[in-house]
Design a protein around this ligand. Structure first.
Ligand code: F0G
Length: 471
């Protein structure tokens, strides 16, 4: 039995030994999801897992904050793969692997934190940074979770792994499985994910199955299948995924010299990522690495907003919705981790907002125009921040970090359609203000098609360069 960690049901609180978890990662009593806890976590109970003998030889060790910061910094210059990984560099915070030699890494993490002065001005704050998780090896934040959970699959001797996905999880899983020599199965909703993401899962050799349903339908079916076959489930119901996905919290703090920002704004789909980041910050507070945590705000697309509805529902009952948004990564109507995410919002003092299609498109173009770029689902963060500022939940002088989850090339069709003015329907732009419409127009940069003739080009350029505001 492992004495390094336990699993605790986030719904009923039951603790189990890590090895005792069912293949669907649900509590048999209440169907709640588990979280990983360590000897240094709040609520750890040695009795649950370890024998008296193990307890005697393995006392609870609480990492020392000063020592940890130094060690994590020092590892940046190491040539070892696990040290070069922006996840495993922080391995004292995720000590569940018995053998770190078994870790499967593509040197994930270590992503940039960009200053965003123009977006700051647009949103009405003085200080805005973007943590770009799209700069991971497969182009999304999923890599940080996949290195963690897929390494567990390897350690437990699985040959097959699988996930349901809106595209990014599948890309990450396929890549990490290929690195480890495991076989992977992807369930994706047919016609509802960006082509670039679909191509990734094929490129990395996954068995790709498109189903005539939505993401929620895919996950439901896969959850049944993993109970019949020896397949390791790699959706974010797998609590080890969230362990990897909590490490950007450490990176952000390192990048800010351990100055805690007041706000972190995160997109919400299946709600694993907001849960993971919250866990990361709260654990660091518990360990004394920081004295307070940022408020974590979750932003959903208006057409895929079950958490937002739950938040605004006086009865607080979670109702799945039929999800529709062009930000296909977060087109999820029945988020698995809603309870975990709602607790993170509550514990950190954050908020849940929704943004519509034209607000997402505008914010995405504004992030692109800052030279950073992101996929549509990531842009909900800037769109949401504008609302949080307007509502007075974020004030001008407070420091804000946006979490950009996917690379702009993940969904290039969306970008091309926006610039050609072929993206949004009249219905989707109906609620836009005149200012917003003008902003859309000013940001559009459709490609010019010209004769390959010098004089034609000069004429066109001269006209363009004379246009006020053209850049
Ligand atoms: N942003 C991007 C780019 C995503 O791909 C996802 C989720 C999210 C945000 C939302 O994160 O689900 O943890 O709340 N994508 C999953 C997938 C569902 O299958 O790739 P979440």
């Amino acid at each position: 039995m492992s004495a390094t960690h336990q699993l605790r049901c986030t719904n009923c609180g039951t603790r189990i030994a890590a090895e005792a978890v069912r293949s669907d990662f649900r509590c048999p009593d209440c169907k709640g999801l588990y979280e990983v806890i360590y000897p240094w976590s709040e609520g750890w109970s040695a009795e649950t897992t370890a024998s008296a003998e193990v307890r005697a030889t393995d006392p609870v060790r609480l990492p020392n904050p000063g020592g940890l910061r130094h060690l994590w910094q020092e590892r940046k210059t190491s040539t070892m793969g696990v040290d070069q990984s922006g996840v495993w560099r922080f391995r004292e915070m995720l000590p569940f692997m018995r053998d770190v030699e078994k870790v499967v890494t593509l040197r994930e993490g270590n992503t940039p934190l960009y200053e965003m002065p123009r977006c700051a001005e647009i949103a009405g704050v003085d200080w805005l940074f973007a943590k770009h998780q799209g700069m991971n090896p497969t182009g999304s934040f999923k890599d940080t979770g996949m290195t963690a959970a897929l390494s567990v699959a390897v350690e437990r001797g699985f040959e097959w792994v699988a996930c349901a996905s809106t595209g990014n999880t599948s890309a990450a899983m396929a890549a990490y499985a290929a690195r480890a020599g495991l076989r992977s199965i992807v369930f994706i909703p047919e016609g509802k994910i960006a082509w670039g993401k679909l191509s990734q899962s094929m490129d990395y050799g996954a068995l790709t199955i498109q189903l005539k349903t939505d993401f929620d339908g895919c996950l439901k079916l896969l959850t049944k299948l993993v109970q019949q076959f020896p397949i390791y489930l790699l959706n974010s119901v797998n609590p080890y995924r969230l362990e990897g996905q909590k490490t950007p919290a450490m990176e952000i703090l390192e990048q800010l010299e351990w100055q805690v920002p007041e706000h972190l704004v995160v997109p919400g789909g299946n709600l694993g990522n907001s849960s993971a980041l919250g866990k990361g910050f709260l654990e660091m507070k518990h360990l004394g690495l920081i004295s307070r945590v940022p408020k974590i705000h979750v932003i959903q697309a208006q057409g895929a907003n079950p958490l937002y509805r739950w938040y605004n529902d006086a009865n607080k009952s979670m109702q799945p919705v039929s999800a529709h948004t062009r930000a296909t990564a977060i087109q999820i109507g029945n988020p698995a981790s809603w309870l975990k995410a709602s607790r993170v919002i509550e514990e950190t003092g954050g908020w849940c907002e929704q943004v519509n299609e034209q607000e997402i498109a505008l914010a995405k173009a504004q992030i692109g125009a800052e030279g950073v770029g992101c996929e549509p689902a990531s842009a909900v963060t800037l769109a949401g921040l504008k609302k949080l500022v307007a509502q007075g939940r974020v004030t001008r002088e407070e420091r804000v970090v946006l979490l950009l989850t996917g690379h702009t090339l993940k969904d290039s069709q969306y970008t091309i359609d926006f610039h050609k003015n072929e993206l949004l329907t009249a219905e989707e732009t109906a609620g836009a203000t005149d200012v917003e419409r003008a902003q859309h127009d000013a940001l559009r940069k459709p490609p010019m098609v010209l004769e390959a003739d010098e004089s034609v080009i000069i004429k066109a350029l001269t006209a363009r360069m004379a246009t006020v505001g053209a850049r």
